[in-house]
Structure formats: C-alpha cells, structure tokens
Ligand binder design. Structure first.
Ligand code: SD4
Length: 359
C-alpha cells in the first residue's frame, strides 16, 4: 500500500481522531503554513484536548508529586528543524509550544518553568493540568506505595518487593514482532548479536537495575503517547509527539518523546519514524533515528522498525515499546516488543482512518 499523502499515528481507539484531524490538515487547500506541520501539530493537539486513552495531555497520569507535566516535539523534514518541550508545566497544548520553539527561536528544546514562560510569551494561557481522575490515580499509586516502580530511591521503595534481576538477556522472545524481521533484517540482527558479548556487563548492577520488569506497565489499554507522521503529495515529511510521559515519574523526568531520533525523526530524503513505550530505555538507543537510517539502507518500514527494537531488546529483554515508520513513497509499517500494538493511518481512497496491527 503506497499512496500519498499519508498520515500514520501510534495506537488506535480515540487516537484515530487525531489521525483524522491530521488528515484534514494535510488535505486542506487553505493551508498557509506547511500542511505536514499543521497535520502533526493539530493531530497532537486533538489528543491533548480529548485526552486520548484517558492519558495523553491534561488529566493524564500524574508524576510522583501529583502533578501532570507534558513532553512534546515536532520535526520538519524539508529544513531538518526540530522544536521540543520537556517537563512542560501548566500548559495544555504542548505540541503548539514545541512548534513555536522550532519556528520562533534558535533553540531546539525548552524545559520546565522556562518552557512554561515561553508558552505564556507566545500567548498561551496557563491551565491546571490536574483533574479529579489524575488526583485519584495519584492516590491509588500512593496507597500501593511504589508500583509501577519509577520512584526508587532511599525511603520511597521500602515496601516494594525485593528486586530480582532477570538473568542474562535472552534472544528475542516470542512476544515480539521482531520475530517477523525480513531476511535482510534477521541477518543484520544475528550479526549484531555475534558482535556483543554479554559477559562484560555482568558486574554492572546499575545496568541490571534498570531492567526491572515491573518498571513500566504499558499495554494497549495503558499508554500515553501519540506519535504522528505526515507525508504530503511531494513526499515532504513531518513528525510530532505529545505525552504526559510515564506515570509516577520523578518530577523533572523527561522521556524519549521530545528527543529527536528517540520520540520521532524525519529525514526528508528517506522517511520518518515515531516511538511509544518505555522511554527511559528507548532514548538510550535513538530508535526512530535508527529506523530511518535502516530505511535509507534499504529496509522496508516494517523491518526498519523491528531492527531498531531488536537493538534495544538485546540489552533490555523485558522492555515494552513500539515503533511506526513511513517512507517517502508512502509505505508504512510497525513493530512492537513486550506489548500488543495497533496503529492507525489514512491515505487516499479511505474516508476515515484505517487500523493496522503490528504483527
Ligand atoms: C515516555 N514514551 O515518556 C513515553 C511513554 C509512552 O505510551 O510512550 N507511553 O516514556
């Protein structure tokens, strides 16, 4: 299926409303700014406004101090420009601020209070991002003391079960679309495994710690990131992400979503990728960048996604995450590990977003 223009978006359900909104922006004749940018910004805004999955945007999963904060980025292929916000406080439309960072500053990312101040300077009003639901989620987490387990430092984890590190990383497990890697990809993965001996990590307990299988419980019903790719008729690309990050994160934590090459990446010569899942792990591998580079080397979008996740799984066998990819010609694909994952897309011939499953 390769048709342009194209919108691809992580997850389904009410996330598909963002796909439809992005599609409208992309096919709008009146677009006075790059339509692909409008598509990713307005698509992300849709999820920020309707609280996709009950967790994107305001009222989503609060941090360990009961505050909801947002991460977001946009990347525009034709100029290879990026704008991002991390740990954005009291501002609902994070993607709009990210786009403004890109279009109106010489910077790439603003974080924390500075990002909030910038948002106010460009005329966005402050809002309380908490809701009754987010307060309830916080209370429930507090009562359970420390699950999921982001808040692991002295005093905070006292009632947690003792940490039981997983044994040596195994090869890719069954619960993964990586098994579906094409011939090219499988050879590459095998060569990669050959080059890596795990013994050199054996005495690195800090590395083991971050492999805690309970650390992030993302599933089809529990996730909080939208990642959109838009490709116009000429093959110009943009991508965008927006999220409230990880539930119960330590205040100040910034995830993968606003990091270029991690949360998403767009190279106008090749294609684009966007990620969802355990960002603390994913941002160590820049999977979106890697997937785009693999497409440049000839991988199909699906194989490129699978290969990028494979690199992560070699080190973090219990990691959960997914990637979507699209190339300039409008071919798209996805891969997942440790969770089931479906995404939506829209292209000519469909009057509403379509759903595709990562195998
Ligand atoms: C993060 N990648 O901040 C995000 C979380 C996510 O579905 O994608 N949830 O780590």
């Amino acid at each position: 299926d390769s048709k342009l223009p194209l919108v691809v978006n992580t997850w389904t359900g009410d996330f598909s409303q963002a796909t439809a909104r992005a599609w409208d922006a992309l096919s709008s004749e009146e677009a006075h700014s790059p339509a692909v940018l409008d598509a990713v910004e307005h698509g992300c805004n849709t999820c920020e406004d309707i609280q996709c999955g009950g967790s994107v945007g305001y009222g989503g999963r609060p941090d360990a101090s009961d505050e909801v904060t947002l991460d977001s980025m946009v990347m525009y292929g034709p100029s290879h420009s990026v704008g991002a916000v991390g740990y954005l406080r009291r501002i609902k439309n994070a993607a709009t601020v990210a786009r403004a960072v890109m279009e109106h500053t010489a910077h790439t990312m603003l974080a924390g209070e500075g990002a909030t101040l910038f948002a106010k300077m460009i005329g966005i009003e402050e809002d309380d991002l908490s809701t009754d639901d987010s307060h309830k989620a916080y209370q429930a987490w507090k009562e359970k003391s420390c699950q999921p387990n982001y808040y692991r430092f002295a005093g905070a984890g006292d009632t947690c079960p003792p940490y039981d590190p997983p044994s040596t990383p195994s090869a890719v497990g069954a619960d993964s679309s990586i098994a579906a890697l094409g011939k090219h990809g499988s050879q590459q993965a095998a060569a990669y495994a050959d080059r890596n001996t795990w013994s050199r990590f054996d005495d690195r307990s800090w590395l083991q710690r971050s492999r805690d299988p309970a650390r992030l419980l993302i599933s089809e019903d529990n996730h909080d990131t939208i990642g959109i790719i838009a490709v116009d008729e000429r093959g110009d690309l943009a991508c965008g992400t927006t999220t409230n990050g990880a539930a119960n994160k330590i205040p100040g934590r910034v995830g993968d979503s606003p990091i270029a090459g991690a949360g998403c990446y767009a190279d106008n010569d090749v294609g684009s990728a966007a990620a969802t899942g355990d960002g603390d792990v994913m941002m160590r591998f820049l999977p979106s960048f890697r997937a785009v580079e693999s497409m440049r080397a000839g991988f199909s979008p699906q194989d490129a996604c699978a290969d990028a996740l494979c690199r992560i799984v070699r080190f973090y066998p219990t990691f959960g995450g997914a990637l979507v990819c699209a190339n300039k010609a409008g071919v798209h694909g996805a891969a997942r590990h440790g969770l089931s994952f479906a995404y939506s897309y829209q292209s000519p011939g469909y009057d509403s977003p379509q759903v595709a499953q990562a195998v």
